[in-house]
Ligand binder design. Structure first.
Ligand code: ADP
Ligand code: MG
Length: 594
């Protein structure tokens, strides 16, 4: 007896639906994408009980005539591509012709649609894939799709739905993606008859971000400067300032040619672009738009079209990394301004970086030359208290220095208190010092490679074969970092030199640490990048410790040097160097204002 038979049309489409429609949020995604492709100007989404009991998406797009309305429910029926050539350069969000039949096969489905100049529209009701009603209707032009009781006929799948709240969150996330991706379309979202958001059509992404997330978030973002030159990849949008991050990827929004996507390539480029501006394990906030020739991207990779494949991933990666770095550094001017003392400063700062060798002799910073300053003493930039043997600064006139910022004192031997026009600024002296040292060392290394000092006694060490092989491949990188290693037999090496600021009492362990550190960053592209990781680590140990008392001129210099950094807002580990407490916040706390 033969055992093979064809699946019924309905069952086959249910199987296919499993790929496209995983959960209520997938229904919302597909429907809203259809509305966008139909050139809607206004899209309304309504859900009940996390979308499990009802999803309704209504648009004012081009609508469909009776024939199309019937045809669009067939599998592989689409108006968006015709030939395989079209598949190579897709300009619409949809293209597979699978969403509507999939949704119709797993829900109680209703499509109401009408073209703008048509006398009547069409209303179609389908239940679990079976057509029940087709009739005329007099709805407004546009299209409305309703999916009720999702997976009512597929208990196995229904079981996998999460709580209503979780499903709602997923749906809301989908809508955020679409709304951010299309600011010129008005969006509204109703949950269980309560309005969650209503976004008017806007001209700019800035307004859309503000309407959706508020101006507080907007103030923590930097706009990506339009990329000049003839690059084939155009990047635009907003990204979080250095030190602004989230614990999840949920606000790391990336769009490729208008499509919200998840891309490991872009994800790791973002990470590298932020590098020391992001805390470990945190994710940046991005509203990043990548535009490139559609032929350079394959969107036909994932059933839900969530992932894309780039023809030339390394170019995309490099463009993103460069753009993020550039944007983060461009945020510096505004930050410096914020730091300034309330009095307007007539002259520009004229400071040069820290006297590095001195500060790197950590003992000198930590112990030798500090008399403890009474922390409540009030310091004014204008009249630096005269303290012992500190040489007067040769670089800037006291006048110019003094007006940049105003230090009020030090709290708990750790937080430098400063005043600016917005209120109070707290600077973490350790984090600030880390940043200053980090950038100085990096600069030196870029210029002439890290300084290297021959060890009096070269140290022999042995490594397990895998690490030995790694070292052999990376000798040049290590050299650039000032770490001189030579092979000394099988899996045995000799440590010849180290940067003077590194004191490795146990070289084998030190090297092991370096290897582990660098390996975990091994997908970074340049040796310099690898070296930065090492510097960041080292610098932490050498920077002013939390409770090292600093005298006023040192504090002043620290702040001044911080202001000169490329990325002053956070330490090399992505922790903030400073926190602003605004006068408005203080007034609220003191009950002066409600
Ligand atoms: P795809 O979007 O991949 O083409 P769908 O199954 O989502 O496949 O939709 C099938 C077709 O139905 C679309 O190609 C489009 O022509 C039409 N359609 C779907 N939704 C709408 C809508 N909201 N407004 C106008 N036409 C629509
Ligand atoms: Mg579609």
């Amino acid at each position: 007896m033969s055992r093979i038979h064809l699946l019924s049309e309905i069952l086959a489409s249910q199987v296919a639906a499993g790929e496209v429609i995983e959960r209520p949020a997938s229904v919302v995604k597909e429907l809203v994408e259809n509305s966008i492709d139909a050139r809607a100007q206004k899209i309304e989404t309504l859900i009940r009980r996390g979308g499990i009991s009802l999803i309704r998406v209504n648009d004012d797009g081009i609508g469909m005539d009776r024939d199309d309305a019937l045809l669009c429910l067939e599998r592989h029926a689409t108006s968006k591509i015709r030939s395989s050539a079209d598949l190579a350069a897709i300009g619409t969000l949809g293209f597979r012709g699978e969403a509507l039949p999939s949704i119709a096969s797993v829900s109680r489905f209703r499509l109401t649609t009408r073209e703008h100049d048509a006398v009547a529209g069409t209303d179609i009701i389908i239940s679990g894939g079976r057509m029940e009603t087709v009739r005329d209707c007099g709805e407004a032009p546009g299209t409305q799709v309703e999916a009720r009781s999702i997976f009512f006929n597929l208990p196995a799948r229904r079981k996998f739905l999460r709580s209503e709240n979780t499903e709602t969150r997923n749906i809301e996330h989908q809508l955020h993606l679409q709304a951010i991706g299309h600011p010129s379309i008005a969006f509204s979202f109703l949950r269980d008859d309560r309005l969650v958001f209503q976004l008017p059509a806007t001209k700019t992404l800035r307004e859309r971000v503000r309407d959706l997330y508020g101006s507080e978030l907007l103030s923590r973002l930097l706009e990506i400067a339009p990329s000049s030159g003839g690059s084939k990849i155009k990047l635009s949008g907003f990204i979080g300032r250095a030190g602004v991050s989230r614990q999840t990827r949920s606000q790391q929004l990336v769009f490729v040619n208008g499509r919200a996507i998840e891309s490991p390539v872009v994800g790791s480029a973002l990470k590298e672009g932020y590098h020391t501006a992001l805390m470990k394990g945190q994710y940046p906030i991005t509203f990043l738009f990548v535009e490139l020739d559609p032929a350079e991207v394959d969107v036909n990779v994932h059933p839900a079209k969530r992932e894309v494949r780039f023809r030339d991933p390394s170019t995309v990666r490099e463009a993103v990394v460069a753009c993020i770095r550039h944007t983060l550094e461009s945020g510096r001017g505004a930050w410096q301004n914020q730091f300034r003392a309330p009095d307007p400063s007539p002259s520009a700062p004229n400071a040069s970086p820290l006297d590095l060798p001195r500060i790197l002799r950590t003992e000198s910073v930590t112990a030798a030359h500090h008399s403890v300053i009474p922390s409540r003493e009030r310091f004014r930039g204008k009249e630096p208290p005269k303290l012992s043997n500190e040489a007067p600064s040769k670089r800037a006139t006291p006048q110019a220095e003094s007006q940049q910022f105003q230090i009020i004192g030090v709290l708990n031997k750790l937080y430098v208190l400063m005043e600016n026009k917005d209120g109070l600024v707290l600077v973490d002296q350790h984090a600030a010092h880390e940043r200053v040292l980090f950038e100085e060392l990096r600069r030196r290394m870029e210029e002439r490679g890290a300084p290297s000092q021959k060890l009096l006694l070269p140290q022999i060490f042995e490594l397990p074969p895998r690490d030995a092989e790694w070292i052999e491949r990376n000798l040049a990188t290590l050299q650039k970092m000032g770490i001189g290693v030579e092979e000394f037999g099988r899996s045995t090496f000799r440590l010849e030199s180290l940067p003077p600021f590194l004191a490795a009492s146990d070289p084998a362990r030190f090297i092991q640490e370096v290897i582990d550190g660098l390996k975990s960053a091994s997908n970074s592209s340049s040796p310099l990048r690898l070296a930065e990781d090492l510097i960041a680590k080292t610098v932490c140990r050498h920077a002013v410790k939390a409770h090292d008392p600093l005298r006023f001129p040192e504090l002043e210099r620290l702040i001044r040097d911080l202001l000169e950094c490329d990325l002053p807002y956070c330490c090399p580990h992505g922790r903030p160097t400073m926190i602003q407490i605004s006068l408005a916040e203080l007034e609220k706390k003191f009950g002066r204002k409600v």
